[in-house]
Design a protein around this ligand. Sequence first.
Ligand code: NAD
Length: 369
Amino acid sequence: MTNPSILILPGDGIGPEVMTEVRKVIGWFADKRGLAFDVSEDLVGGAAYDAHGTPLHDDTMAKALEVDAVLLGAVGGPKYDDLDFSVKPERGLLRLRKEMDLFSNLRPAQCFDALADFSSLKKDIIAGLDIMIVRELTSGVYFGEPRGIMDDNEGGRVGINTQRYTTEEIRRVARSAFELAKRRGNKVCSMEKANVMESGILWREEVQWVHDNEYPDVELSHMYADAGAMQLVRWPKQFDVIVTDNLFGDLLSDCAAMLTGSLGMLPSASLGAPMENGRPKALYEPVHGSAPDITGQGKANPIACILSFAMALRYSFDQGDEATRLETAIETVLADGHRTADLIGEEGRAPISTAEMGDAIVAALENSL
Ligand code: NAD
């Protein structure tokens, strides 16, 4: 039996700093839980451009398609702002998502009790929150044709984008949401605008079809996306899994993420079709960028990236209990008052460094045995 494989792409800015802490955690699981991974590392984004003149070398792309999971830090930075669009660091990330066909983007919004004061919402609305937004990532209005800016033949111009979804595109992301719900609270709420968009009517019908034919035991509800946005800030705990299209998912996942506080706390996963071994193609990454304003200062919060590894444990490696162990260790560290600079609120306590946060999490894992 070979070990499951992980390709680490630290990227730029704080990417390598937070990834160093993830490696400590991966090392701990290998040493203490017998969960050994074949870990390889490569370049992406500006770092790849500096070495190869391209933000993602073909060999790296080929490796990403072979491994069981890719773990990415962040890409970009001011040094690369003036590069041609075709070689900008972000193109490396977009190429990965496109060639791995990662159609299902998972964005959890989870509130650690110790950080409940960080939310802009009242503590009782947010404490204990644990919801998952599943966003369709490879189709919809960001990709539909026709698109462009053209003359309207009346002396003005017209801007066009097309919302387009096929049966299969909707069904596969719906399946991904139902599968997730089965491992969580067994509830899916599908959001669209079926009141004003035909693509929304199709979305609603196809999600319902997948439910009725394949997941009748999961509770399904439908909501218009605008009402869903209101409900997210009114009483977010009513939701378990929300599934929605690319455009609404873009907005709703950012809105839900901010319910819980800092960018430094937010993980994500992007999943594709199952590979031969049954695991989905998968890319795990924190939501935040390369944070050039704090790069190299030991200020970055590594938790978003470590939580992304927890998602990999759960969704790629079927190690839900170990993922929970890691999340609980993070909860403990926060409850004990450990804070990187981004998590310091009014109380003015002294921040700890990126490395100290990683060490504290490993120590909490050790205590969990
Ligand atoms: P950013 O997420 O890098 O930073 C926004 C703010 O949040 C900054 O003040 C930063 O210091 C802070 N922050 C972010 N992550 C943090 C962490 N882990 N710990 C503590 N503080 C953290 O967004 P930006 O400043 O708009 O973009 C900077 C660069 O990152 C740009 O080049 C942008 O294109 C790129 N970017 C990349 C990704 C990605 O790789 N997925 C995502 C967003 C932005």
